[in-house]
Every structure is written in C-alpha cells, then in structure tokens.
Ligand binder design. Structure first.
Ligand SMILES: [Zn+2]
Length: 472
C-alpha cells in the first residue's frame, strides 16, 4: 500500500487515485528568465522519482509541468538585456529542456505555457468576477480572499496569522492586504493581452489554476512543488480553483524541502548560488540524483561538494557491478551454477521503502545492500550461470535505473563499442609500444588519444599496457 504525506491534511494517507490506473499529476514548473538553480533541480528530480515510482507500480501517470513564460522577472530581464520578452522566455525554455535531459528527468506529457492559455486564464478570472470572488479596480483584477472561507487551509493559518507573517506590498487598490492579482493592467512597454478589463497580463497564481484544470480536470490527484510555494502560490491556486469550480481542487499535495549550500541559504548575494548547468559540468547526473535521493524529499537537504563526491563514490560500486553483469551476460553461460539469492526480499524491501511516502533514502540503502550481497555471491561461487546475472540486471534496471535514475546500463563499458575488437586494440597497443621504443612519442600519444576518443582507455603500468572500455 502506497502512502503519501499530504500537506493539506498534515498526515500520511493511503494513495487512492480518482480513476485508477490513471493518475493526474501537476508540478509547478520554472519561470523561464534564467537557468534553473540546483534548488529547482531538487524539485524536478524528486517529482521525477515520484512519477517513475507511480509508473513502476503500474499507474498510468499524466504528468503536467507548466512553463511560466510571462512574468515580472522575464520583463525585467528583457528590459535589462534590451531583448523581446518572448525571446528571453524562448531562450530559457530551450535551456530548461537541455538541462532536464542531462539530469535524466523523464519528459512530462505536457509543458503548457501561460502565453498559450490566455483564453482559459481570462475565462477563469471572469468566472471568479461573476461569482463575486474577484473585483476589478481600474483594470487591475484582485482575488478577494475574505470571500473564500477556507483561505489558509493548506498553510494551516488563519487570515490574521497570514497577514502578520507575510511580506505584503502596500497597495491601496486592494480591499485586504492578502488579496492578490489575477489580472495586471499593462504598463508602458510591457507585453499585454486584451481582456474584458482592458489590456494586461495574468498574475502568476491564476496560470496554474487555469492550466491544471484544462489539462487534468477540475479535481485531480497530485499537485507538487517546492515548500516555498505552499504560501501564497498553492494557497492561492486552491482559492481560485475551488471558488470557480465549486469542487475540491487537489487530493494530495506534495512539497519538497529546502536546499541549503554548506549549511547556508543559497543566494546570489552570498555567492553560493549554483545553476544545475554549473553542477552538471562537475558531477554526473546520476551522482546528483543519488545525492538528492539519499535525503527524503520533504526534509531539508544540505548540498555540498562532499555530498556529491560521496555519491560519485557510491555509484562506482554500482557501476562496477553493472559492468560485471553485462560482461557475464555476454558470455552466455548456460551450464553454470545459479547461486541461491533472495531477489524477492530485495524487491519487497525496495517497494516497502518507496511505498512509505517515497522513502528514497531507504530505497537507496536497499540498492547498496543488494550490490554488496551480489558481490558476495559472486565471490563465493564459481562458474556462475548467465541466468543469475540476467536476474541481477533485471532488478537493477527496474529499481536503480528505472525508478531512481542513478544507473544507466546504456553507458555500460561492455555493451558499447563492441565494434573495435580486442585483437585490433592489442595490435594498436603493440604499435604504440614500438613507437615509444623509437622515441616517437607524438605517434604513441596519438594512438592513445585516438583510442580514448573511441572510448578505449589505455592504462600503462609496470606490467605493461592494459585497456578499459568506457561509455560510448
Ligand atoms: Zn504553480
């Protein structure tokens, strides 16, 4: 039984989708004015792991992530760089897709853009105005929080607490300081759309209500996002959607914890601000994913070089086993022994961990126990049948690769570059030794470098030259 901690009810609940096996899931996506940072990467990766696990369990997940492509920050950047706001958004949408691909994040079924949903957004605001939940002041439309009785139910606070706790800009047009913008009147030089209230553009919160409703329905299963979005963003989404549709908006709310850098809050002013793109230059996607997965999604995560270095080290064991497994499968040994091994125990342990509110740290521990036990079985047995290695591979493919995304068999050193035969490599190694003897170091280096490009790494030692195949 899968249970999920629901921010709305503040307890772990059994997961029951509205229309199984279908699961509709919405995650707040990026505002595309810059490369996304490593804190955003945590939300994207953890929602990816959750989605992959739901799929592992046999659910048919429709996963939607919005792209906020009209926003104050985009307009600010477009003014600074003297570029069209649309061009800024396009540039960072492209970068977003490049980065999530590098992070091995499965593509969403849909990435709706705010600018492509103006009709739905305006329709929803109109509904709120007609029902008396919103008011227009000279072309600015605000949501009237006092009209929505349950305002504060997600963050668990009443209006007074919210007012005293929030940083609220003074705006004389608002009836209540917590009222928020649904439609912003166009200012000089800003992009705008026509509406019943004049030219303007939508507020951020209404975009998510309009797009999630269009693509996932008035009530859907899971809505996820960073902790910092609980208030006001998600609180406002609930107020908008439930007031307009008269129905419960979302059944399960999932929130990802904060990410600190070396125990400090990440900020540009502290100089400890990192984009996912920068981190990807230093560490593999698998290491970043493992570093994240080893902390529960809801808890705070302290990000550091040591954390990633230790993840890389952990992965070495996993990758070494994956290489060994592929090598043994290739031998196609059908007459060897099949060691006794409790595959089912590991499968159950993995599932029990993930069923418990996606306890990925525990699931990672199961994977590393599995690696250790398989290595022990290999050490203790001789002439092992390929069948055993096929079972090992199947387990790792389903769990470490399929759910956690911390292993990639296609990178295996064995399955790739088979086209270069062992004999040919040994011949080149011999030629290189001859070249060295003749002090033709330019040629010997060239042979080494060219082989390197083909994924063959030469390793010189006192005993001679060995080689290793790496990724494609
Ligand atoms: Zn949102």
């Amino acid at each position: 039984m899968l249970s999920i901690y629901n921010t709305l009810t503040r307890k772990k609940e059994e997961f029951k989708p509205i229309n199984p096996p279908y699961v509709n899931m919405y995650v707040c996506g990026p505002t595309v004015y810059d490369y996304f940072h490593i804190g955003n990467a945590r939300s994207f990766i953890m929602s990816d792991i959750i989605r992959r696990y739901l799929e592992y369990k046999g659910f048919d997940v429709k996963f939607v992530m919005n792209l906020t492509d009209v926003d104050d920050k985009i307009i600010k950047k477009s003014n600074e760089e003297k570029k069209d706001a649309g061009a800024i958004a396009d540039l960072y949408i492209k970068a977003f897709f490049e980065d999530i691909e590098k992070l091995k994040i499965k593509k969403a079924d849909l990435y709706p853009k705010a600018t492509a949903h103006m009709q739905e957004i305006i329709g929803l605001i109109k509904k709120l105005v007609d029902k008396g939940f919103a008011y227009n002041v000279d072309g600015n439309v605000f949501y009237d929080v006092s009209k929505f009785e349950k305002y504060g139910k997600l963050s668990g606070k009443n209006l007074d607490e919210l007012i005293s706790g929030a940083r609220i800009e003074i705006n004389e047009e608002k009836k209540n300081p917590l009222d928020f913008s649904l439609w912003k009147k166009a200012k000089e030089g800003e992009p705008y759309w026509e509406s019943p209230w004049g030219n303007g553009r939508p507020g951020w919160h209404i975009e998510c209500s309009a797009m999630s409703c269009k693509h996932l329905g008035e009530t859907f299963d899971i809505h996820a996002g960073g902790n910092d979005l609980i208030f006001p963003h998600h609180e406002n989404e609930i107020a908008q959607s439930e007031a307009a549709n008269g129905k419960k908006f979302v059944n399960y709310w999932i929130h990802f914890g904060f990410l600190n850098i070396n125990n400090e809050k990440m900020s540009k002013s502290l100089g400890n601000f990192f984009t996912a793109r920068e981190i990807l230059k230093l560490f593999s996607a698998e290491a970043i994913r493992l570093a994240f997965a080893q902390t529960h999604y809801a808890g705070p995560l302290n990000f550091s070089d040591e954390l990633l270095a230790s993840a890389e080290k952990g992965l070495e064991k996993l990758n070494n086993l994956a290489d060994k497994v592929d090598e043994e499968i290739k031998k196609n040994n059908t007459t060897g022994n099949v060691p006794a091994f409790e595959f089912n125990k590991f499968k159950n342990d993995f599932e029990n961990a993930m069923d418990d509110d996606f306890n990925s740290p525990q699931a990672c521990a199961v994977i590393f126990d599995f690696v250790r036990e398989v290595n022990r079985a290999i050490a203790e047995n001789e002439n092992i049948s390929s069948k055993f290695f096929l079972d090992v591979k199947e387990f790792l493919q389903n769990t470490a690769e399929g759910v956690l995304g911390i292993l990639d068999f296609s990178k295996s050193t064995v399955s790739s570059n088979d086209s270069i035969s062992e004999d040919l490599i040994n011949l080149l190694i011999k030629l290189r030794i001859d070249a060295k003897k003749e002090k033709n170091y330019a040629l010997s280096d060239k042979i080494r470098d060219e082989l390197n490009k083909l994924g063959i790494i030469l390793q010189d030692s006192k005993e001679g030259t060995a080689y290793k195949r790496t990724k494609k």
